[in-house]
Ligand binder design. Structure first.
Ligand SMILES: NC(=O)c1ccc[n+]([C@@H]2O[C@H](COP(=O)([O-])OP(=O)(O)OC[C@H]3O[C@@H](n4cnc5c(N)ncnc54)[C@H](OP(=O)(O)O)[C@@H]3O)[C@@H](O)[C@H]2O)c1
Length: 251
């Protein structure tokens, strides 16, 4: 059985991924939709043409991840696409953040994404696609978004290295690095800051554009997906030299 897995499928870009992949998945039998909100996932599943499996899971819980690992071992599918989209952010100075806020960002954005990648990789074969949700925040350390930006820098670095490691197996890895996107994420992240600034509003991208670009980029084997001029410019300025080094440096 061929399956595509999307984490964070109950909302925002994960949900949009399910809707867009539904229209363009070739040899994939089932879409597996993961998030905590079972009702939202079930509602989404009913709107899809591809058979969908709803998996209500808190990805920050190791026991839940182990159960998911066991399901995969029993089903033994081929994972054609894995979209690691689930992520959270909290915008406020580091010293004012609670231990829970910091730990939940690290646990979901870093640990869960890494565990999902580890768990799913054995089932990914030649032609499989891995999409990792990073962010434009990965490119520059950000005041008052310190842990979030650092967590996304981790995802970006992991993705770029895995891209090199998995080339030989014919698996493509794409780090999706959007700037601000019109999803519930920003309202949650900036809840305590009383909203976000003009620059974010002016450079805000639409969910459908970011996801369409990510799907096109992964199909074309691109290692980084950037949607819109502002984020492309930021990438060029901050990552240009690193990209040259990455191509030249072989340990
Ligand atoms: N929106 C932006 O401006 C922006 C910009 C750059 C990058 N990103 C990144 O893009 C990704 C998608 O974000 P979005 O904008 O689509 O946000 P969103 O609409 O808030 O969606 C976040 C998703 O993560 C899931 N999630 C949260 N905690 C979870 C947990 N403990 N276990 C399992 N799932 C969990 C949520 O589902 P449940 O609550 O149902 O669990 C939801 O489906 C994130 O990684 C984010 O960091 C967003």
């Amino acid at each position: 059985m061929n399956i595509a897995i999307i984490t964070g499928a109950s909302s925002g870009m994960g949900r949009e991924f399910a809707l867009q992949l539904d229209r363009c998945l070739g040899k994939t039998d089932e879409l597996w939709l993961l998030a905590r909100s079972k009702d939202s996932l079930e509602e989404l599943a009913t709107s899809l043409q591809t058979k969908a499996r709803v998996i209500a899971i808190d990805l920050t819980k190791e026991t839940a991840l182990k159960q998911f690992e066991e399901v995969l071992a029993i089903q033994n599918p081929k994972i054609t696409v894995l979209v690691n989209c689930a992520g959270i952010g909290s915008h406020k100075p580091f010293a004012r953040q609670s231990r829970e806020e910091i730990e939940s960002m690290v646990q979901l954005n870093i640990v869960a994404l890494t565990r999902m990648t580890m768990i799913c990789l054995p089932y990914m074969k030649k032609g499989s696609k891995l999409l990792q949700f990073s962010s434009g925040a990965a490119f520059v350390p950000q005041q008052a978004f310190a842990v979030y930006a650092a967590s996304k820098a981790y995802v970006y670095s992991l993705s770029r290295a895995l891209e090199q490691e998995l080339k030989g197996r014919g698996i493509t890895v794409t780090a999706v690095c959007p700037g601000p996107v019109n999803t519930p994420f920003l309202a949650h992240a900036y809840e305590d800051a009383g909203g976000f600034g003009l620059l974010k509003r002016l450079t805000m991208a639409e969910t459908s554009c970011v996801v369409k670009k990510a799907i096109d980029d992964c199909k074309n084997g691109r290692s980084v997906s950037l949607c819109g001029l502002p984020i492309r410019l930021l990438y060029l300025v901050t990552q240009g030299v690193q990209n040259v080094l990455l191509r030249c440096f072989r340990p």
